[in-house]
Write a protein that binds this ligand. Structure first.
Ligand SMILES: [Zn+2]
Length: 436
């Protein structure tokens, strides 16, 4: 089928205009970003963890996007870089009843990420913080609780002295993990927001954290608990790695990264969608993929989507231990983790370390009036840039600020992720990458 002449003509007109302006073209990225985030946070991706192959589904989705844009696979013809990690998973039943009343998983309570499996009906012994301020009190309590759960009301009733706070905190830690104490399990009743994680190890006893305003912890005397846990010593997961060749013909590289993993499943029904953390960063990464596939960058540009970030920044660790290109050739790396808001601008980790690049970013933002604020921060080993930085790679980790409060919970959802400054943020970063 032939293309009508008129369309060809206007296509060239646009092309000539673009060349004539000599500036990059910015399409509206937000709609694409939203579609990526929608996919990654959908139930089929299982919270992008290590149960029911959430990580494999997510990495395959990203590799398909790399392929569609024509990226070069970085690992001997493959986009994937396999590595192993240990992980404590919750693939089966997760059910808790207090005094016969069923609690709602991840809304009312969380099971500690390092908990072992536990099944059965147990007596509950409720205590307050001030009941465990000395070692004697702790030991007497544990003796009573040999076949029971201890329920600690962790809300301080009165102001605790610094000394009391120290000894109570030490005893709470012991209740959670000490292998010298012998009892069935710990329930912590808190007013703090429930925040989950994922861990590479298992501890001695189950810990269940409850935040439920209409529940009186002193009234709890029994628990029915059904928690299936599977510890996997060597789970094989994978990073996704691709490249676009630059026009300069040198071997200098720019690296753009984001982790795609999140916390996965807590039982069969509950998953953590991780829209802001970090489907939004992956959406940013894939937006750069599309952009630079159409507008060739000056330097070779490497796109890395990491697994294993939430469990201890292990995907980027695996990468720097077996780098697919020479780390010393990296001119600059920017890692995107939390990219979905921006009401209060962006924060740049390592801004004080790479001051020249930070100042350039601020200057670009002032010139083009993009995000509300570009704030500086020092070192912080909180995301994947850190593994590269430790190897001497100049790098930023940037995150958006403001907007939603959801973080490592079931409320970090696509439906409530604003993407307020996404287009501006994207444009700022393209201008920044083009400034090298
Ligand atoms: Zn993250």
């Amino acid at each position: 089928m032939s293309t009508p002449r008129k369309i060809i003509t206007s296509f060239y007109t646009v092309l000539i205009l673009v060349w004539g302006l000599g500036t990059p073209v910015f399409s509206q990225e937000k709609a694409y970003a939203r579609s990526v985030i929608k996919a990654l946070t959908s139930p089929a991706f299982k919270g992008r963890g290590y149960v029911e192959k959430g990580d494999k589904t997510a990495s395959a989705f990203i590799a398909a996007a790399f392929k569609k844009s024509g990226l070069l696979p970085l690992n001997k013809g493959s986009y994937y870089q396999d590595f192993n990690l240990p992980v404590n998973t919750f693939p089966g039943k997760v059910e808790v009843k207090l005094n016969g009343q069923l609690l709602v998983t991840a809304k009312d309570y969380l099971v500690g990420a390092s908990s072992p499996a536990v099944h059965g009906h147990f007596k509950v012994i409720p205590v307050r913080r001030q009941d465990i301020s000395t070692d004697q009190e702790l030991n007497a309590l544990v003796l009573k609780a040999k076949d029971a759960f201890i329920l600690l009301d962790d809300r301080p009733l009165e102001k605790e002295s610094a000394e009391a706070q120290r000894s109570i905190s030490a005893n709470v830690r012991a209740l959670k993990t000490s292998e010298n104490l012998n009892f069935k399990g710990l329930i912590i009743f808190t007013k703090e927001k429930l925040t989950w994680t994922t861990l590479t190890y298992q501890t001695i006893r189950p810990v269940i954290t409850i935040n439920k305003a209409d529940l009186d912890p002193a009234s709890i005397h029994q628990i029915d608990v059904n928690v299936d846990v599977k510890f996997i010593p060597e789970y094989q997961t994978r990073n996704v790695c691709g490249m676009i060749r630059g026009s300069s013909g040198t071997d200098s590289t720019i690296v753009i990264s984001a982790h795609f993993d999140h916390l996965g499943l807590l039982g069969k029904k509950v998953y953590f969608p991780g829209a802001n953390d970090n489907a939004s960063g992956v959406a940013m990464l894939l937006s750069f993929v599309k952009h630079f596939a159409k507008q060739q960058p000056k330097y070779n540009t490497i796109f890395l989507a990491f697994s294993g970030e939430e469990i201890g920044i292990l995907g980027s660790k695996a990468y720097v231990e077996n780098p697919l290109t020479d780390l010393s050739k990296i001119r600059f790396m920017v890692n995107f983790d939390l990219a979905g808001t921006g009401e209060e601008g962006i924060k740049v980790v390592n801004g004080t370390v790479f001051r020249k690049e930070f100042d350039r970013l601020v200057q670009l933002n002032d010139q083009y009036k993009l995000v509300p604020k570009v704030e500086i921060r020092g070192e912080a080993c909180k995301s994947d840039h850190c593994r590269f930085y430790e190897k001497g790679v100049p790098s930023f980790f940037i995150y958006t600020q403001g907007g939603i409060q959801a973080y490592h919970d079931i409320y970090d959802r696509e439906e409530t992720l604003p993407l307020t400054e996404f287009d501006h943020y994207f444009e700022l970063m393209v201008r920044f990458f083009n400034s090298f």
